[in-house]
Design a binder for this molecule. Structure first.
Ligand code: SAM
Ligand code: SF4
Length: 328
């Protein structure tokens, strides 16, 4: 699948649920309302859509959410997609808050997952509780170490927030180095209504990177994971640190991915509202060839880039839907 701007679309991110056991302040309001179950695709429907994408050239699938591991029976989807690795699919990965990893790490490994991203914005238990509103850091840390013990490579994702965790990145690089994890820092994106004010939290990663250079030697690398991060090797630890900078740097030129929500809506861009609905055709019994044609037609509408801007006067999200729906 080649989009109108010549980009090969080989990466599908699938949000398998909009629900979550946490309420991170930048992601959700505390009293989030979730979708009625009838609107959410069954795991079989999600599997069928993923199979169509693989048929059309998708090489990498990332399962996300909401919290993907709170969806009942989700391992069956991992098993079925994992069986396609080496048969169309190169890689199956997952982004999780880690709270369920003690239960599921070995199942994920058995399904064929080799790497996972765990979101952890702080190593301070009190800050963790404040950021996630409902979370306990021990549960996440136990999950991370269960995943490591199961033989999964781990990347820690941290959203950089001004005045919240900006003093912790040196400590997190050291901690990741000690345990053999990569670290990826992410800028806050203006998506979905939340309770607070985003403009006050926004911290450009260009600033963070120059600060880190005072302590660490960041060596250029051409390492790529198929995602939008720019990676460096930290000479002192041998591990990598990545920066995802949707706000300070336009990361759209090399965009190779599209996002499927748990309701069967395909967003061709994280930062735009245009979307294609697949639930209706799926539930109307669309045959495979027509399904493929609908996907190809949607890819042909992929826009050139996002319009993210953190509006200081209006304090409005530039994209109304929450990250938990589109899946980060
Ligand atoms: N629940 C899982 C987790 O937290 O890893 C997967 C879904 S979560 C929506 C995916 C990623 O998006 C997380 O790393 C989270 O920190 C990030 N995220 C959520 N809202 C964001 C926002 N407004 N700006 C930047 N990153 C955000
Ligand atoms: Fe849940 Fe992940 Fe959103 Fe936090 S970032 S509320 S863990 S979906």
């Amino acid at each position: 699948m080649i989009d109108p701007f010549g980009r090969a679309i080989t990466y599908l991110r699938v949000s398998v649920t909009d629900r979550c056991d946490l309420r991170c302040v930048y992601c959700m309001a505390e009293d989030m309302t979730f979708l009625p179950k009838a609107e959410v695709l069954s795991l079989e429907e999600l599997d069928r859509l993923c199979a169509a994408f693989i048929r059309l050239g998708t090489r990498k699938i990332r399962i996300t959410g909401g919290e993907p591991l709170v969806r009942r029976g989700v391992i069956s989807l991992f098993d079925s997609l994992g069986a396609r690795i080496g048969d169309g699919l190169d890689e199956l990965t997952v982004t999780t808050n880690g709270s369920q990893l003690v239960r599921f790490a070995t199942d994920l490994r058995a399904a064929g997952v080799r790497r996972l991203n765990v979101s952890l914005d702080t190593l301070d238990p009190e800050k963790f509780a404040a950021i996630t509103r409902w979370g306990k850091i021990d549960k996440t840390l136990e999950g991370i170490f269960a995943a490591k013990a199961a033989g999964l490579a781990i990347k820690i994702n941290a959203v950089a927030m001004k005045g919240v965790n900006e003093d912790e990145f040196d400590g997190m690089i050291a901690w990741c180095g000690e345990h053999g994890f990569d670290l990826c820092l992410i800028e806050t994106m203006p998506m979905g209504d939340i309770d607070g004010d985003r403009t006050q939290q926004y911290l450009p990663l260009s600033v963070v990177r120059s600060r880190l250079r005072k302590t660490w030697t960041l060596e250029d690398t051409d390492y790529q994971t198929g995602g939008p991060a720019r990676y460096y090797t930290v000479a002192e630890t041998g591990r990598r640190v990545g920066f995802i900078t949707p706000m300070t740097h336009n990361f759209c030129e090399s965009c190779n991915r599209v996002r499927l929500t748990c309701t069967g809506t395909l967003y061709m861009c994280l930062g735009q509202d245009d979307a294609a609905d697949f639930r209706r055709p799926l539930r109307a019994g669309v045959p495979d060839d027509e399904l493929d044609a609908l996907i190809v037609a949607a890819i042909a509408r992929k826009p050139k880039g996002h319009d993210f801007v953190i509006d200081r006067r209006e304090n409005r999200p530039s994209v109304a839907r929450h990250m938990s729906l589109t899946g980060g």
